[in-house]
Ligand binder design. Sequence first.
Ligand code: SF4
Ligand code: SF4
Length: 300
Amino acid sequence: MKLSSFLYFAGFGIKTVLLRQKKPILGTVILTDKCNLKCKHCSVNNITAKIHPYSQIKKEMQILYDMGVRILFFCGGETFMWNDGEKTLRDLVIEAKEMGFLIVNTVTNGTFPIDLPEADLILLSLDGDRERHNIIRGNTYDTIIENINKATCDNICLYMAINQINKNTVKDVCLTARDTKNIRAVSFNFHTPYPDTCELALTKEEKSACCDVIKEMIKEGAPVFNLKSAFKYLINNSFPTPCHQCVVIEDGKISTCGRCIEVEGLCRECGYFFVAEYTLLFRGNLRIIFEMLKTYLKYI
Ligand code: SF4
Ligand code: SF4
């Protein structure tokens, strides 16, 4: 990360903590909900299957920038399915940087060739070893690993949502992250139990066991892009929600934290590690602040 970006984020953090501000810093633009997969745990694919036009996406990026957002995520659906005429996801990433966003990331399911060196991080979903991943995401594991190996930059961060199907394969994903070229890190979430997928949620004990594995793997050199200090809050769902520093825009509609904010009672069972990490950070939790500095400077 550039020193100027670091200083900007440090200033934002200090002001947010001291003045208890609720201004956003992290924003997500949903490019489309169209997706080539139908993962077992997913509640958001192909509801409209609309690919939002370039002019609209540009406007939404500007809206987020004007709100103060400086960390931008592009999300789907599948982001690599987005295009408008000649414009592709890569153009959006380049233009976001030119607009002044300091960190620009995208989320993908990894089934398309990965040529996005301008992105700071490409969060790529890998949901276990080959067997478990394929149960959840269809027969895609080998294609994904091939795409990772052929990627044009080492800016890939694996992204695993831990649920009842893959809870025993956390170690496999940590080792894949550590030992595969082009992968910089791995980031975890616990399954957030939407009404149609609540049977996949983990118990407190299961979450605790997964966190023990992650801690062990950190000791063995796995590049984990999460904060150990947040684990106890995630296990107990005792972190504050929602995250007021995060916003999502989809088809012109802005939501605080996530689109899931509209699902009654879901925030109490939120499994998103970033929500715990950010809300604790902006409440001034010193251990989180220290660990976040160390972790972010290492991987971004
Ligand atoms: S790849 Fe992502 S958007 Fe597509 S079905 Fe899977 S989880 Fe849902
Ligand atoms: S469930 Fe609530 S706290 Fe979690 S990401 Fe969604 S809106 Fe945020």
